[in-house]
Design a protein. Structure first.
Length: 270
């Protein structure tokens, strides 16, 4: 990377990072990914989402990191756990016990040496239904399509278009009310990474940009609503929703995924 450009801010407010920053983000991302690997064996019928969060909270500390979400805008948990028609920001609850066939997204963000590692993926309790299996597959593959669009000179609209066209080609919908985000030594920073869009639109990608791509995909319509707790977002039509999230850095010829699963467990049925 051209070091004279590292550390600068683009006209769109996006920070350009240097090579050493990639190492910091990789280390933080790998802790988040390891925790998401480990919690997979805890997901089962009859387990509460609070029990899953308790395990995650313990592992965040044991692995020498700090939770980015505990205390964030008053939030009090180390994870968001979103079940079935919950799109994102589901609050762990000891009364919410998983039932056979439930699908859930678990989202974890840790801080290691000042760097934020942010990732989420899908899990299944019990037997997976055919329609939920299709939703999970399309959502996973849409994330990878978005990542494949990342390279210097492409635009954020290219990423959104790759995701949207793939999802809608499978007669599903992309949530528009939430998006990915820049990160690094802060939790949320420019840019907003939309999961829909037109080719060539939006800021141009440059080597050294760090951000998340985290498409939320619904079996039904894309509209959401936030419940009275001011966190939990659900599909308005109560259709199933799924989400996968990676943190990435733009490299000279593509993207480095900071949050790859160490155990190869990012997809719940692989």
């Amino acid at each position: 990377m051209n070091q004279e450009h590292a550390g600068r801010i683009t006209r769109d407010g996006i920070r350009i990072h240097d090579d050493a920053d990639f190492a910091g983000m990789h280390a933080a991302g790998q802790v988040a990914a390891q925790i998401l690997d480990e919690v997979a064996d805890k997901v089962d019928v009859g387990v509460s989402t609070a029990e899953l969060d308790d395990f995650i909270t313990r592992r965040v500390t044991e692995l020498g990191t700090v939770s980015a979400t505990i205390g964030y805008k008053g939030y009090q948990h180390a994870s968001c756990i979103s079940v079935n028609h919950v799109v994102c920001h589901g609050i762990p609850d000891d009364k919410k016990k998983l039932k056979d066939g439930d699908i859930l997204n678990i989202d974890v963000t840790v801080i290691l040496d000042g760097w934020f590692g942010d990732s989420s993926r899908m899990y299944v309790a019990g037997k997976l239904s055919r329609k939920a299996e299709r939703l999970i597959q399309v959502t996973h593959d849409s994330l990878m399509k978005g990542i494949d669009a990342v390279k210097p000179g492409a635009t954020f609209g290219d990423i959104g278009h790759a995701i949207q066209s793939y999802v809608e080609g499978h007669r599903m919908s992309v949530v528009r009310d939430f998006c990915g985000h820049g990160l690094g030594t802060v939790f949320h920073a420019p840019p907003n990474v939309l999961h829909y869009g037109r080719p060539g639109m939006g800021p141009e990608l440059e080597e050294g940009m760090f951000f998340t791509i985290e498409p939320m995909v619904n079996l039904g319509r894309p509209e959401t609503k936030v419940l009275a707790d001011d966190w939990t977002a659900v599909t308005r039509d109560k259709s199933l929703s799924a989400q996968f999230e990676h943190s990435i850095g733009v490299t000279a010829d593509g993207a480095e995924i900071f949050t790859l699963s160490p155990a190869g467990r990012f997809h719940p049925t692989y």
